[in-house]
Design a protein around this ligand. Structure first.
Ligand code: ATP
Length: 476
């Protein structure tokens, strides 16, 4: 959770690698054209900061979520999953501090009435949290409306939670909130999970799910949305040194997760929150940042939250949320180390970072070098001659066989060169081409997206060959 950790643009480090794609528009137009992301409710003019995932986008985002779940839950013995409700008891958000202080500093233009997050205005980059609380900041920095130059109001706090009513009566007593983070579901279920799954500390609870924030200045495509998905893990540990040690383990592990899934190490960095930027309960917070086309921005936060969460919920609910440590025979309130990532932001990052344009035989080839685990389709099966029914038939048999294990598609709507380029542009790691010889020798050509190398493989071995390649990519 980010009570109010506005993320000032950090100083550019000595060696700025530059963004993978100079112009964000390249990604926005590819995303729309190829069916990764569309503006929500587009036929009605769209709705600000909500985006819909198209056929390829939903595959990619599901793959990101699967990859996260695999490394956080499936491959670990000490983390279990949870899927808590989006609507929770309203007291949860009072206790967590969200009702009181989950807000951003907002300024309003006196002439055009547009509202801005003050730390996102030109001239206000890099402000400290103390600056952001300063009522005289607009005058002190001489800030003006970036649209029409109008005078700006003093900053005031704007709560980011969406609220609605539960039941038929729309009054104060029935207000409920759309959760702005998944973490609270893990805290209030701590005892349920610990006891039902017989967990000993340290152990973690992982969740993936929708969160909602009424962001003041959303933007940069799917970077900052009002409805988005988070992938958060709360790791419960013994108070004190154990939490500090767990933090130091989780931070490099989380950075490595992005690298393992193909994000350039040079475009990742860690940024520690300054003391005055830390949320009031946080002992330590470090962001994993990525060099987006619009600057270094947070991809994920790793936080040592102390006993704030379980301690506050215990006091507020009257439930005893202490843990009995069978080794030390002590009762204590566990501390929490949190890893808080965004599924949309991670999916966006891999889309940007995998985008390459290169010259091949005098033509520009656009290729998404997505990690095979994240690619929407793993294989495209293509006929060299679509007029030959035996070739088309063999293509469908190969594709159907592959589909038992992974996403495979058939396409015959263009000549082979064009079909390859189309698959390159959406990141399909392998194309399988069936030609006339295949009917004689029972072999097909497998083309690698990145090297463009082609290899002849017997039809009977195709499925195994692709699965081996997938496994090899995962082991890299
Ligand atoms: P920011 O400073 O970008 O607003 P935050 O510090 O508020 O982020 P957290 O509360 O730590 O973020 O949320 C964890 C993660 O959830 C973020 O690192 C990000 O990946 C994702 N996230 C948060 N807000 C949004 C949003 N409005 N749109 C998309 N993803 C988001």
């Amino acid at each position: 959770m980010s009570i109010p950790t506005t993320t000032p643009e950090s100083a550019v480090p000595a060696a700025d690698p530059g963004p993978a794609v100079a112009n964000l528009e390249t990604i926005v137009s590819l995303a729309k054209r190829r069916g990764f992301v569309y503006p929500s409710s587009e036929i009605y003019g769209g709705i600000n900061a909500v985006w819909d995932y198209g056929p390829l986008g939903v595959e990619r985002k599901n793959n990101v979520k699967r990859a996260w779940w695999r490394s956080m839950v499936q491959e670990r013995d000490d983390i279990v999953g949870l899927d808590a409700g989006i609507l929770m008891h309203p007291q949860v958000w009072v206790t967590s501090g969200h009702v009181g202080s989950f807000s951003d500093p907002l300024v309003e233009c006196a002439t055009c009435r547009r509202r801005f997050r003050i730390d996102e205005l030109p001239g206000a980059e890099g402000l400290s949290a103390t600056d952001l609380r300063d009522e005289t900041i607009v005058g002190r920095l001489g800030l003006a409306c970036p649209v029409d130059g109008g005078a700006l109001s003093a900053p005031r706090r704007f709560n980011l939670m969406f609220q609605t009513y539960m039941g038929p009566v729309q009054d104060e007593a029935n207000i409920v909130y759309l959760r702005p983070e998944t973490a609270q579901g893990s805290y209030v279920n701590f005892k349920n999970v610990q006891q039902s799954s017989r967990r000993k500390l340290p152990f973690g609870i992982a969740q993936i799910g929708k969160s909602f924030r009424n962001e003041i200045s959303p933007g940069n495509f799917v970077f900052r949305m009002r409805e988005f998905e988070q992938m958060e893990m709360q790791y419960f540990v013994r108070p004190g040194d154990a939490a500090a040690a767990a933090f130091e383990e989780w931070l490099p592990r989380r950075r490595a997760w992005y690298e393992r899934h193909g994000v350039s190490p040079s475009r990742l960095r860690l940024r520690e929150h300054a003391p005055d930027e830390l949320a009031h309960y946080a002992k330590k917070a470090v962001d994993v940042e990525y060099r987006f086309p619009f600057g270094w921005k947070e991809l994920e936060g790793v936080h040592n939250r102390g006993d704030f969460d379980l301690g506050s919920h215990a006091r507020s609910s009257g439930e005893n949320l202490e843990y009995f440590d069978p080794v030390s025979e002590e009762h204590y309130v566990p501390w929490v180390v949190e890893t808080a990532a965004g599924a949309d932001r991670a999916a966006f990052t891999v889309l940007i970072d995998s985008h390459h344009e290169e010259e091949v035989k005098g033509e520009t080839r656009v290729v998404l070098r997505l990690h095979p685990d994240l690619a929407p389709y793993k294989v495209a099966v293509l006929p060299l001659l679509k007029k030959r029914p035996e070739i088309v038939d063999l293509c469908h048999r190969i594709k159907d066989d592959l589909k038992r294990d992974l996403m495979a598609v058939y396409d015959d709507t263009a000549a082979i060169g064009k079909l390859y380029r189309r698959q390159d542009e959406i990141g399909t790691p392998w194309c399988v081409t069936v030609d006339v010889d295949s009917l004689e020798d029972g072999a097909v050509t497998v083309r690698d997206r990145d090297t463009m190398r082609q290899e002849r493989i017997p039809v009977a071995r195709i499925r195994r060959a692709i699965l081996d390649r997938m496994e090899a990519a995962r082991a890299d």
